[in-house]
Write a protein of this length. Sequence first.
Length: 336
Amino acid sequence: MPAAPSSPHEKKRLEAVQRLKLMGTPAEERFDKITRLAKKLFDVPLAAIDIVGTKLAWLKSVQGFDGIEGLRKDSYCHHTILKDEINVICDAHQDARVCDSDFADTWVFYAGAPIHFDGERVGVLCIGDTKPRQLDAEQLNVLSDLAMLVERELNIAALSESQLALASSNEELEKKANIDVLTHAWNRGAILNIAGNELSQASSKNSIALLMIDIDFYKHINDTFGHCAGDQVLRETAERLRRSIRSKDAIGRYGGDEFLAVLTNINTHTALQISQKICEEISNNPVIFEKYAIVLTCSIGCTISHGADDLLSLIRRADQALYQAKTTGRNHIELK
């Protein structure tokens, strides 16, 4: 595939990408809402928000694709950021820009609208299909409107300083080391790093809460429906967790089917409210996998920081609370 030419304003564009501080950060519900809506409105299998950096194209939000990043030179979005207009590829096999791409046989149709930050094109809201398509004028306007919603969110600082510091502390090609590829949440090392940073800034009047969240009978799900179903359960659980927490909070995959939530500047009452919301969000609807409807529940161990706490003692308390929740019936919350 021939490489897209660089914009004459590439230096300023990349400086805006750097100021945006979203490369290397996990999925967020505020962006997932938009990609879910785009996927449904256009009836396509793929919708994504792609932040285009120096070498990486970072999928800040994606529906219908398991990856979190790709090389910029291989991305259709590499061509879209060159102009302030929607880029439509009706049939990748017939488009000289992408016909030799590794994705041409999978994503035959593509449409991308540039998204701006600080006046520069930092990324793309895009949709894709496995067969050739065209968009009419009304559909192009809808895609443009959705891109404007993304731009509005780009100007809202949502992630905590601890999360942004973690993402910006690494080189672009190393950022993915902090993200769990399956769930698009922080991985174990990253979420513990965030928890430690937040705890170091906490005080008696500004506590943090840790929620240790475990999917009930996850091994049974794997044994009954297979590991692909288990993976789908983990992806859907992470998405439901993002819908349940506040934008400044953090979610990480702690290990296996366990997730760790770090809630900042919080009291016990609010932490328990969020825990209850998580339980309801996970259990309200089954996860659909092929012909199966998999019913889920979860157990949660909750603990709140006190002035003399260190991270290890806080993790230990949350883990003990989770153990108590699992041994006293599951599908509920224990506070310790």
